[in-house]
Design a protein around this ligand. Structure first.
Ligand code: HEM
Length: 310
């Protein structure tokens, strides 16, 4: 109970510090503020069936709702800026429940614990003289937390995709799949686009919401798709540090295909929903990654503030 309380307090402190650093935009998510939701259908290949009892990964196709987003807290930041993009999926399961899978177009995170993420927010405080982050403070943070270096370096050069449908997304954390015999194995997910991944060379002609407009136009000629690729972890692969990736030679399976068909009819409804990476279903379990555990309460704090129009 005491540790649950400490976790909630840390989550409140993190959201307070995001607001302090980036400002508050009443009614919007405290990260990934601008996004558009889409209707989709997920069709499992059957290859995951022997490895997990999760209904959507072994049975019939299920409907899903997808949200593509810009990572910023400010919903008006233009799409032409270099930034991480989000891809959240809510699978609507045959028994009427949902399970969420949340990804970004980066393969690793910038902190291995919520505490070190909070320290990173402090290090990113703007210098009062220049109004920009003080690079020496960021370097000092990476000196104290070398595991943050690769994720920060990757985020600094992340490409600007020509389309939400033309980039790869990773869920970053490990999860556990449990099979019908009760055996568990660690897995990591990514969405690979059916389109060839491509980054924009010049975004000067882009409107602020170019990526949503581009996808609306593209969907007029038919669905866009992604394959759900699942990396199977092996003995010794870490499951508790989202700054680390597993070796590329790990066995992978294609668990299914997502077909995105058009914009969801009720954007206001979906704006007010939450996609929670710990909303799982029997056959899928959270790993021991402390960032994954913290996200649930952090998102609940953000949700509570935005639905109250703060
Ligand atoms: C300590 C670490 C993190 C913090 C403090 C954080 C913070 C947040 C917050 C406050 C929101 C808005 C929640 C809401 O109001 O519904 C959010 C959304 C989101 N986060 Fe994180 N996050 C963290 C880690 C991650 C990681 C590791 C990923 C990588 C998959 C990620 C991907 C996303 C995405 C894609 C969304 C948008 C979800 C949607 O469309 O509703 N976050 N995050």
């Amino acid at each position: 109970m005491a540790s649950e309380l400490a976790k909630s307090q840390l989550s409140v402190t993190i959201v307070d510090n995001i607001e302090h650093l980036k400002g508050t935009h009443a009614g919007y998510r405290r990260a990934h503020a601008r996004g558009v939701c889409y209707d989709a259908t997920f069709t499992p290949t059957g290859d995951a069936g022997p490895l997990t009892t999760a209904a959507h990964l072994r049975g019939e196709p299920v409907s899903a709702t997808v949200r593509f987003s810009h990572t910023d807290t400010n919903p008006h930041v233009p799409d032409g800026d270099r930034a991480v993009r989000g891809f959240a999926t809510k699978f609507h399961l045959p028994d009427g429940t949902n399970t969420d899978l949340i990804m970004v177009n980066l393969d690793r995170f910038v902190a291995s614990t919520p505490e070190s993420f909070l320290e990173l927010l402090h290090a990113a405080e703007p210098d009062p003289a220049t109004g920009a982050p003080n690079l020496d403070n960021i370097k000092a943070h990476v000196g104290a937390h070398p595991e943050a270096g690769p994720g920060l370096a990757a985020a600094a050069v992340v490409g600007i995709p020509v389309s939400y449908a033309a980039t790869t997304y990773w869920a970053i954390h490990a999860f556990f799949w449990r099979d019908a015999d009760g055996a568990a194995r660690p897995v990591k997910y990514r969405w690979e686009p059916d389109l060839d991944p491509a980054n924009a060379e010049d975004t000067s002609g882009w409107s602020a919401e170019h990526l949503a407009e581009e996808l609306a136009e593209r969907l007029k000629s038919g669905p866009v798709g992604f394959r759900l690729i699942v990396q199977l972890g092996e003995e010794g692969d870490n499951t508790d540090d989202s700054t680390q990736v597993w070796p590329a030679e790990r066995t992978e399976i294609v668990a299914g295909h997502l077909s995105i068909t058009g914009e969801a009819a009720d954007q206001e409804y979906w704006h007010n929903q939450v996609f929670d990476p710990t909303l799982l279903t029997p056959g899928i379990e959270a790993s021991d990654d402390p960032v994954l555990a913290a996200r649930s309460t952090i998102y609940a704090v953000s949700y509570d503030r935005r639905v109250h129009k703060r």
